[in-house]
Design a protein around this ligand. Structure first.
Ligand code: ADP
Length: 246
């Protein structure tokens, strides 16, 4: 469903992504693992053009949307790519002066031109889905970290994306709040959402991922089902990484 080919990204002299390929099947969950600084977040941000690669191609739905970064894509095409995915950030990135429901309405109303009444109805439905129907009129500072992140997830859903991107969604949370966010993500996975998740939560990778991709130093070390990486990998760098973290 989504084909990503040969993504290259540098910051000045620092070549951070050195040719990343990945195929993502509709309805699958891809978890990206790897040491800090290996390029995981940069790769995720390239998928919705929050970072613009120098080279590489992203294709949705057998080429119905094809962005070739090497060929200087137009702004309109980049906007189309951005509309395809919803991003959930490590630090939630909610608007502090907007309530939960208003945070969800902004994307649909401003970026997609939806009318406010429809956007509000949809936002209320999504807040209910993530267990926050009693918090709709609260501001981010009135919510726990786990609740803020669930608003962040609902906000990503509000633009009706094809793909959900999660950038270390539980890393900023107190340990006792991690599970409520992982549970929400697991629910979305079981509903058939297509998801790419950068995380250090190994149990989530083991239990929820269909595909695990291990990155190191801007390269893909290994990609495959969790059983392959966790139980059967013969790749010395996969084994070394897992020994360090498990
Ligand atoms: P990871 O998510 O695996 O920890 P990142 O993608 O965050 O890795 O970072 C990979 C490398 O890219 C690091 O060396 C980091 O310093 C660099 N980097 C990331 N974002 C930027 C940026 N906006 N400007 C300059 N360097 C960056």
């Amino acid at each position: 469903m989504i084909k990503i080919t040969n993504i290259h990204k540098a910051f000045g002299d620092n070549e951070v992504l050195k040719g990343i390929d990945l195929d993502i099947k509709k309805g699958s969950v891809v978890v990206i693992l790897g040491p800090s600084g290996s390029g995981k977040t940069t790769f995720l941000r390239c998928l919705n053009a929050l970072e613009v690669p120098e080279q590489g191609v992203i294709e949705f739905d057998d080429g119905s949307l094809k962005v070739d970064f090497g060929a200087k894509p137009s702004k309109a095409l980049m906007r189309k790519l951005q509309q395809k995915s919803g991003m959930v950030f490590q630090s939630y990135n909610l608007f502090p002066h907007k309530t939960a429901v208003e945070n969800l309405m902004l994307g649909p109303v401003i970026a997609q031109g939806k009318n406010k009444a429809d956007a509000r109805a949809k936002a209320l439905q999504l807040l209910d889905k993530v267990g926050l129907s009693d918090k709709v009129d609260l501001y981010p500072f009135q919510l726990s970290g786990g609740q803020q992140q669930r608003v962040g997830i609902a906000r990503a859903l509000a633009i009706e994306p094809d793909l959900l991107l999660f950038d270390e969604p539980t890393s900023a949370l107190d340990p006792e709040l991690v599970q409520e966010v992982l549970k929400t993500m697991q629910q979305l996975a079981s509903e058939g959402w297509t998801m790419v998740v950068v995380t250090h939560e190994i149990n989530f990778a083991r239990n929820v991922a269909d595909v695990v991709m291990l990155m190191e130093d801007g390269h893909v070390v290994e990609v495959g089902p969790p059983e392959q990486l966790f139980e059967q990998s013969e790749h010395p760098r996969t084994q070394a990484f897992l020994q360090r973290i498990i």
